[in-house]
Design a protein around this ligand. Structure first.
Ligand code: SF4
Ligand code: SF4
Length: 100
């Protein structure tokens, strides 16, 4: 079975000790989430300043099914949500959407 916390060889993990969600908020801010009409690189409207979900009990299926993986080890140790967003997008070769 594949270890989803094992980073690919081209991207050695910043923190191989991260093997569970630390609640860093990056996956609620970096990816685009169609179910929430959330663009790339823009924090979800439900993401609270402490990086917790404001509608946790009623969050959509896409959020319920999201599973932490090796990317968490790359983004979670970074000090700010902005830095975590930038690194998350960089890993996937994406650029944040700009308004307009
Ligand atoms: S990026 Fe990973 S550690 Fe951060 S909130 Fe999402 S699942 Fe949790
Ligand atoms: S609804 Fe909650 S869990 Fe889903 S992206 Fe927004 S803040 Fe994150």
């Amino acid at each position: 079975m594949t270890d989803r916390f094992a980073a690919p060889p081209e991207s050695p993990p910043r923190s191989p000790l991260v093997r569970e969600c630390t609640g860093c908020g990056a996956c609620c801010a970096a990816p685009d989430i169609h179910a929430l009409k959330k663009p790339l690189g823009v924090p979800c409207a439900h993401l609270q300043p402490d990086c917790r979900c404001g509608i946790y009990a009623a969050r959509p299926a896409v959020c319920r099914h999201y599973q932490p993986d090796w990317v968490c080890g790359e983004v979670a140790p970074l000090p700010t949500l902005d830095a975590r967003i930038r690194r998350f997008l960089e890993i996937y070769g994406l650029e944040a959407e700009t308004p307009g």
